[in-house]
Design a protein around this ligand. Structure first.
Ligand code: MTE
Ligand code: MO
Length: 436
């Protein structure tokens, strides 16, 4: 027996025990009350992703490791489609190894031998070109553009009713500095013939496309008269480095402002066309209703007669990146809301943030201007006074006066989502260390 135990009488021991017990009881009931206060009152179960009131920012697939890539969120594995986690959008440029990946056909290239690789510029031209990689880097002037690559189906999981296709969260986008040769210079070198209408792009992969479509190659075309072509670059560098294989090594088309469907990866053929391209990926795929915001309804689609156009520029969007709502933030202490904004129609001129679910707005401070088609960072300092659950919202305005609406959009392709983003942020009391 220990010394102290022998010194305590039985009565003393009982007294001590009951005191300790009493004390424990008080603490326990207090703790229960304060725990109850902190638990959600609304026990409704919300979906992690999809169109719910507070959907998960990213899709919910597992993280995977692919060659030349950091762990990214797996959407599908054949062909491989990977989504970029939210935290990577804290910087204005998206790292190459974290850049999202999207392919259509299963047989994607895994290596390219630059000694053998050629870019052909053919079709309705006077001087067909066959260019080696060093022809591109040495015979043409290098140009750089910072531009957002966003999949037409980014945020498709928000569509209600649900539509077919990859159920992307918000991470099917990225921003990079693209360096290469102006597309117009290549076309000029080949000498486009009078009466040509479009220019078609083809990559290196093959494989079966959608059943019955006869599409075993991925082909996209743009109108020769389209002003987007003046800004287009065939890029051999991404953020100053060779492109990752999964993002189109050794060369990809970059069409600033346009959805990424035109940004042909592993570009090997440029074909000038005398008649409009009628291939599956132009005539059937990637079309949107010719209506404001590309909006329609399942009923209108069923009734038929919804006129469509090929998808083109990206509508204005903005995102809150940090804080991300994953942990409670303390009341009475200022926090910087940070995020990004962009538009395919030009420069972002205004970003506003709301702490009351898009009722009142405060203008954010914009970060450095990296060009009209780049992400523009924004920040606004917020000091939540009271412990509560807040709905932070963000909306951007571009130089053409487009403002993000607080209305959803619906079309069968699941394209053009740009509704105001909202994020639940829980603010808690700064307690004296009690309930830790
Ligand atoms: N060769 C090739 N290029 C392609 C595609 C493709 O399937 N094959 N998909 C396009 C589409 S729809 C998107 S969203 C972007 C994705 O670019 P990333 O994988 O570099 O992010 O590539 C575009 N370029
Ligand atoms: Mo896409």
């Amino acid at each position: 027996m220990e010394q102290w135990q022998r010194k305590v009488s039985r009565r003393d021991a009982l007294r001590l025990l009951s005191a300790a017990g009493g004390l424990a009881m008080v603490k326990w009931s207090q703790a229960r009350a304060s725990v109850a206060e902190q638990l959600p009152v609304n026990q409704q179960i919300e979906p992690f992703t999809g169109p719910g009131p507070n959907p998960h920012w990213n899709s919910v697939g597992p993280y995977v490791n692919e060659p030349q890539k950091a762990p990214l969120i797996l959407l599908t594995d054949r062909p491989v489609q990977l989504e970029t986690p939210r935290s990577y959008f804290r910087s204005v440029l998206t790292p190459n190894d974290a850049f999202y990946v999207r392919w259509h056909l299963p047989d994607i290239p895994h290596r390219v031998d630059l000694a053998e690789w050629r870019l052909k510029v053919e079709g309705n031209v006077d001087k067909p070109q066959t260019l080696s990689f060093s022809d591109l880097t040495e015979k043409f002037k290098p140009v750089s553009v910072t531009a957002v690559n966003q999949c037409s189906g980014n945020s498709r999981s928000r569509f209600q009713p649900r539509v077919a296709g990859g159920q992307w969260g918000n991470g099917a986008m990225g921003n990079a500095v693209w360096t290469g040769v102006r597309l117009r210079e290549l076309l000029d070198a080949a000498g486009v013939k009078q009466g040509s209408v479009q220019v078609q792009f083809q990559g290196l992969e093959t494989g079966q496309g959608p059943k019955g479509s006869g599409s075993n190659v991925f082909l996209k075309s743009l109108e020769l008269s389209d002003s987007a072509l003046d800004e287009a670059v065939v890029a051999y560098l991404m953020n100053g480095e060779p492109l990752p294989m999964l993002n189109g090594f050794p060369l990809r088309l970059v069409v600033p402002g346009y959805f990424a469907t035109y940004w042909m990866k592993c570009l090997t053929w440029i074909r000038v066309l005398g008649t409009p391209d009628e291939n599956f990926w132009m005539k059937t795929g990637y079309r949107v209703p010719d209506t404001p915001r590309g909006n329609t309804t399942p009923e209108e689609m069923k009734a038929g007669g919804v006129r469509t156009v090929a998808i083109s520029r990206m509508p204005v969007r903005s995102f809150l990146i940090s804080p991300d709502g994953s942990s409670k933030i303390p009341a009475g202490i200022s926090v910087t809301l940070q995020g990004i904004a962009f538009s395919g129609y030009g420069k972002i001129v205004k970003v506003e943030a709301s702490e009351d679910g898009a009722k009142t707005w405060r203008e954010a401070r914009l970060g450095q201007d990296h060009g009209a088609y780049s992400f523009r960072t924004w920040e606004v300092v917020w000091t939540p006074k009271i412990a509560a659950s807040y709905t932070v919202a963000v909306r951007a305005t571009d130089e053409k006066g487009h403002v993000q609406p607080d209305e959803p959009v619906w079309n069968p392709g699941g394209y053009l989502w740009n509704r105001i983003e909202k994020q639940e942020i829980v603010v808690g009391k700064v307690s004296g260390g009690a309930s830790r």
